[in-house]
Ligand binder design. Structure first.
Ligand code: SF4
Ligand code: SF4
Length: 178
């Protein structure tokens, strides 16, 4: 059994939240709505980029040295939830499969070991999306602070939530997407 099998899945915790930040879901020189349209367009079988390597890209990047994997898309079975469109694809070409087995399947971001399940679920229930949940779950200090200050995500005032969203984007840009 994997060491994290008994934990809430940080990538798909429920409550409408999901994350693919480490796959480069935010590394586009465009706004969240445009990125989401692109992800939706990739979800159909005919529009999948099965032959591309995960380190390839299909659009202008925000950060040239960072990933923008062409296999991130919206889950056809769960609209609004980002996912890896080739996760269960048995026909991955060899170079893609090697990267997938060596990197994608073995990578765990700090949210897996530096946040409790309660903190992850707090972040999921607060954001309920793919764009800001991804940024929040990768800002460990912000999640710690929120959970220390509030018992429930519903207790976070609207103006504070709005300021938090702006701060998360600023931190992401300042840290070059890392
Ligand atoms: S950054 Fe973490 S939570 Fe997000 S997709 Fe990667 S491993 Fe999952
Ligand atoms: S192949 Fe899948 S898991 Fe790997 S980087 Fe791309 S979207 Fe993420």
């Amino acid at each position: 059994m994997d060491r994290y099998d008994n934990r809430v899945n940080r990538c798909r915790p429920g409550f409408g939240a999901s994350c693919a930040l480490c796959c480069g879901s935010h590394n586009y020189a465009m706004g969240p709505e445009e990125i989401e349209e692109l992800f939706v367009s990739r979800s159909g079988e005919a529009t999948r980029n099965g032959h591309l390597h995960p380190e390839d890209s299909t659009a202008e990047k925000l950060f040239h040295d960072a990933m923008q994997c062409p296999h991130v898309g919206m889950d056809p079975a769960e609209p609004g939830i980002v996912c890896c469109l080739i996760y269960d694809d048995p026909d991955r070409v060899e170079a893609v499969g090697t990267f997938f087995d060596g990197t994608c399947r073995t990578f765990y971001c700090p949210a897996w070991h530096e946040l409790t399940d309660r903190q992850v679920l707090f972040a999921a229930r607060l954001m309920r999306d793919w764009y800001y949940y991804s940024l929040l779950i990768n800002h460990i200090g912000a999640v710690h602070d929120l959970c220390a200050k509030y018992d429930e995500p519903e207790d976070v005032p609207g103006d504070e939530l709005s300021a938090l969203r702006d701060e998360l984007v600023s931190v992401f840009i300042d840290e070059d997407g890392k």
